[in-house]
Unconditional design. Structure first.
Length: 232
């Protein structure tokens, strides 16, 4: 995978030091570590989380031990070229998730929708050591998905938090324990030149807008815009 084509930022309570290559992390003043893993685990109809992975990947990371640790699982949709493998991961999805994927008219968008949900399910499966098909989800008051447990107490704070982001060539799922997490990916070559000023005025603070306006080189301005955009 070519990481230099992406700008990926993960925001959680911890601020993780020296993330590898273009993986950038921001958060509070507490420092700890980041664990990155690549692949779509879990073979079909195999109990638990044992078995191989679809892609070459790093060893299974240790469990999340503290709020100062973030795990990032990621994959490249383009590397999955076998329709039978895609069908295998589609079987992990709930009926509503399949219906949403089927609503995508473009083949690549449908594939991304399937793999995004499959990546989330297999990642959670590794954390909780249960079948990825068994997860159900609900939306919290902010509209973000959370795991729906049996006898779920909607007022209780969930110990494990997750977030997903994707581009046309990368899907990533970030997880953290006892700390809300947000993750965003953007293509570094995304064409934003015509929209930078209007988007900045709409979503950025006045100081951020002024900062961008002072960057005279258009390519450098675009890169700085994407850095701020992914952090938000």
């Amino acid at each position: 995978m070519r990481h230099h084509h992406h700008l990926l930022r993960c925001r959680a309570m911890p601020l993780l030091p020296s993330p590898p290559r273009t993986l950038r992390v921001s958060g509070s003043l507490v420092h700890h570590r980041l664990v990155r893993c690549r692949g779509l685990p879990i073979p079909p109809r195999t109990p638990g989380v044992s078995g191989g992975r679809l892609f070459a990947s790093l060893p299974l990371p240790p469990p999340l031990r503290s709020p100062r640790e973030v795990h990032i699982w990621y994959l490249c949709p383009d590397e999955l070229k076998n329709q039978s493998q895609l069908n295998m991961y589609e079987e992990l999805l709930s009926p509503s998730e399949r219906e949403y994927a089927d609503s995508m008219k473009a083949t690549m968008l449908r594939k991304d929708a399937v793999l995004s949900r499959a990546l989330l399910r297999t990642t959670l499966s590794r954390c909780y050591k249960i079948d990825p098909r068994s997860f159900e989800f609900k939306k919290n008051k902010f509209g973000k998905p959370e795991v729906l447990w049996p006898h779920d107490d909607s007022t209780a704070e969930q110990p494990l938090h997750f977030n997903i982001s994707h581009t046309t060539s990368l899907i990533a799922c970030g997880i953290a324990i006892n700390a809300r997490i947000g993750i965003d990916i953007e293509e570094k070559k995304r064409n934003t030149t015509k929209n930078i000023s209007s988007l900045a005025r709409r979503y950025f603070t006045p100081s951020e807008v002024n900062y961008l306006s002072e960057v005279s080189d258009s390519d450098a301005q675009r890169k700085e815009f994407l850095k701020l955009w992914t952090l938000k």
